[in-house]
Ligand binder design. Structure first.
Ligand code: URP
Ligand code: ZN
Ligand code: ZN
Length: 466
């Protein structure tokens, strides 16, 4: 299958020009002005005049088909990746979970089965590590070397479930110094939070808003600082996931100013939603129960500044949707509400509308934080994350004028609410191409279940200067 995209405005992290893109056999084969039709005959041609031609979005933080908090996230690898595709994302990195007493091998086999034959876009895995005995260190090496699972998520929160101690974190960090992996950290002080939760429940404070009130931003700042200090002592880089608060960003900024390789992602929910959402009537606040929680509105400006100054390098989604029936597990006790919210489909449109159109970040930066840097950080560049000859033909034809009203009826995620219900955004994908195949054509999904390929990623190392 060959495809010619004509006259689009090609935007990468660094470039902005009008040209044609010719794709053949799943890869970009030629880019040029007025490519001669006799040399570049294509099975299909898309006229992209007036539209942006951008590299497919890469979402490096999703939880599809994930058992968590007494429920399972509502999107599996079929529904979740179809929704991702509608939103202009052509690759994801999800999480396999090594539960206590189990091997990473077992975890990877389990999650490979969840993705295989279902995903419509390419997918890779980070490994969630919940214990790290001596044998586990060798397994980490094998994950990186043999399986292309080159990053590991560790938790400083969720005691009794995922939380590990500083010694385990330090061991994992040290090991990445020799095996080329990268530690991704959920940085919240789980011990402090646990005490605050117990205290709130003792006082009869059971409503969803107490989820946020028992997870103060200071607890995120403390854990972020500690995680970076541990990585400094281990002499390796660290990547902080779903950073939500000014206190945490300040720690990343201080480390980077000292020249330490500290990196962080934030997510659209922390840029567009706030603590006020927890004050919505009845049990509505449960829709926003996630960890870290939404913060007071002023944090948003700090995060945008962090993005524009490169103290934050990536925007991912932390897509982890639960239907209201599952959220209701915590009707009488906020600590039993499954943590997570939907977002895999709305990242590009929200960031374009609220970031680019409002002048907070440039178009190049939009591409950089949603595609290029995620690819670089997680061993996918230059195969993914850019528009260049030889790269995979993962391309979004993004119409800057196309309006979309976000909501359960218009979106495709398998969940019965949307945090942005009724919000109209300007700019959305009019076509999405994954591995040279058109998979979204206007409002229609035209891809194939199971066409997504497992991504064996390279070493997770940020380039110098990032
Ligand atoms: O609330 C969240 N973030 N749910 C997903 C699990 C995690 O910590 O990323
Ligand atoms: Zn997390
Ligand atoms: Zn997550």
């Amino acid at each position: 299958m060959s495809l010619l995209i004509t006259n689009g405005r090609i935007i990468t992290a660094t470039d902005d020009y009008v040209a044609d893109v010719y794709c053949d056999n799943g890869a970009i084969a030629a880019i040029g002005k007025d490519l001669p039709s006799h040399r570049f005959q294509a099975d299909k041609t898309i006229d992209a005049s007036g539209k942006y031609v951008i590299p497919g979005g890469i979402d490096v933080h999703t939880h599809l088909n994930m058992p968590f908090g007494g429920a399972t996230s509502a999107d599996d690898f079929e529904t979740g990746t179809i929704a991702a595709a509608f939103g202009g994302t052509t690759s994801i990195v999800d999480f396999a979970i090594q539960y206590r007493g189990q091997t990473m091998r077992h975890a990877l086999d389990d999650w490979m089965k969840r993705g295989d034959g279902k995903a419509v876009i390419d997918y890779g895995f980070h490994m969630i590590v919940t214990e790290l005995e001596d044998a586990g260190l060798g397994e980490m090496d094998r994950m990186v070397r043999d399986e292309g699972v080159t990053s590991f998520k560790l938790f400083m929160a969720y005691p009794g479930v995922f939380m590990v101690d500083d010694q385990t974190i330090f061991r994992a960090l040290k090991r990445t110094g020799t095996n080329g992996g990268l530690v991704c950290m959920h940085a919240e002080n789980g011990g402090v939070i646990d005490e605050l939760v117990k205290e709130a429940l003792r006082k009869g404070q059971t409503a969803p808003k107490y989820h946020a009130l028992t997870r103060p931003s200071r607890a995120e700042g403390e854990a972020t600082g500690r995680a970076i200090a541990l990585s400094e002592m281990a002499g390796v880089p660290i990547y902080i996931v779903h950073l939500s608060a000014a206190e945490a960003l300040e720690k990343v900024k201080q480390a980077r100013d000292m020249g330490l390789p500290a990196y962080a992602e934030t997510c659209p929910q922390y840029l567009f939603l706030s603590y006020d959402n927890y004050e919505e009537p009845g049990f509505e606040g449960s829709k926003y129960v996630m960890s870290p929680p939404l913060r007071e509105k002023w944090h948003q400006d700090v995060l945008w500044k962090g993005l524009s100054k490169n103290d934050l390098q990536v925007i991912s989604t932390d897509h982890c949707p639960f239907c209201m029936q599952e959220k209701a597990l915590g009707k009488d006790d906020f600590s039993k509400i499954p943590n997570g919210a939907p977002g895999i489909e709305t990242r590009l449109t929200l960031v374009h509308n609220g970031g680019v159109r409002s002048g907070r970040i440039s178009l190049n930066r939009f591409v950089e934080v949603c595609s290029t840097t995620p690819a670089r950080m997680f061993g996918l560049f230059p195969r993914k994350g850019t528009i260049a000859v030889g790269s995979d033909a993962d391309i979004v034809i993004f119409d800057p004028d196309r309006k979309q009203t976000l909501g359960v009826r218009t979106l495709h995620m398998n969940v019965d609410y949307n945090p942005y219900e009724g919000t109209t955004v300007q700019g959305s994908p009019s076509a999405v191409i994954c591995n040279g195949q058109v998979i979204i054509d206007g409002d229609k999904f035209v891809g194939k279940k199971g066409a997504g390929r497992f991504l064996r990623r390279g070493p997770s190392r940020a380039p110098a200067g990032l």
